[in-house]
Design a protein around this ligand. Structure first.
Ligand code: ZN
Length: 297
């Protein structure tokens, strides 16, 4: 019998819960807005509890907005930490789910979840060192190094790296409340809107906004390539639905690296190196199911 798993994509604006074993076997799905933690977690519990009466689940994976405590030895493992999402500070998300449902629960970042889903079923199959970057209302990065999801002191905050900012070319000061002109401050959705006075998706493909956007994202990728040596980089999120950005980013990455790293992936085959994810808008919840599968055998 196929083992069934639960997955939760926990986002700042919406939650997606699903049950199944993979992209071709999703048996139930629910979407609801993120409200208070009490109400939102209760809806998750109800969803899985109803299903468990029909067919038992093996484990539940949660791919969550952050920050989240990912250290199993920590007393606050599975907690959401101090977050910008009001009311969600220091919430024992994984613990509440585990106590209510008496199931093993695993929690990771939303981007690590999506990365794992892409490795299992999507654009990162067969790789052990790769990155998944999401570029939308914020910028987040996750992925694997040597076959392990990247954790550490807490977890990476790849959107908040510092990149060169030429204020003559771009006088916009950046919107990150902590750093101003970090990568997220200069290149996430709110930066496009703040700089150009209209949402990114309304700017035509030949607007100068996109060359600047590609430049900033390429500066970020340059740093990640030199730091992690990923075998591939997946770029997802709302901004990356502008497909014309991909060739611009690839060209900028090549210009910045200047053939310093002499591997075919970066020189001849960069179309297969900087790529969109393949699981679309189900990447998050499928990633959560992939997390649960790793736990549940
Ligand atoms: Zn920042």
């Amino acid at each position: 019998m196929t083992k069934l798993y639960g997955g939760i994509e926990a986002g700042g604006t919406k939650f997606v819960c699903a049950i199944g074993s993979g992209p071709d076997d999703l048996r139930a799905e629910a979407r609801f807005p993120t409200t208070t933690p009490q109400e939102t977690i209760a809806r998750c519990i109800d969803f899985f509890r109803n299903w468990a009466q029909v067919s038992p689940l093996t484990a539940i994976g949660i791919a969550s907005f952050g920050p989240v405590d990912l250290d199993p030895r920590s007393p606050t493992y599975g907690y959401i930490g101090e977050t910008n999402k009001q009311g969600w500070d220091n919430i024992d998300f994984a613990g509440a789910m585990g106590r209510a449902l008496a199931l093993p629960i695993v929690l990771d970042t939303d981007v690590n979840g999506a990365a794992l889903g892409e490795r299992r079923w999507g654009a990162a199959q067969g790789l052990d060192t790769f990155l998944y970057l999401t570029v939308g209302t914020g910028i987040g990065g996750g992925g694997m190094v040597g076959g392990r999801l990247i954790h550490g002191l807490l977890h990476p905050e790849m959107g908040h790296i510092r990149i060169p900012h030429d204020r003559q070319r771009d006088p916009y000061s950046g919107w990150c409340p902590y750093h101003g002109d970090c990568l997220e401050g200069l290149a996430a959705g709110p930066a496009l809107e703040g700089r150009w006075g209209q949402p990114g998706e309304t700017l035509p493909p030949d607007h100068p906004a996109w060359e600047l956007e590609a430049h900033y994202l390429a500066l970020g990728l340059h740093n990640y390539i030199c730091t992690f040596s990923p075998q591939r980089i997946l770029l997802g999120g709302g901004i990356m639905e502008q497909a014309h950005l991909f060739p611009m980013i690839r060209a900028n990455v090549q210009r910045l690296l200047n053939e310093y790293i002499k591997v075919p992936a970066l020189i001849k085959n960069i179309e297969d190196y900087i790529v969109p994810p393949q699981l679309g808008n189900r990447a998050g919840v499928l990633g959560a199911i992939a997390l649960a599968q790793r736990l549940g055998g």
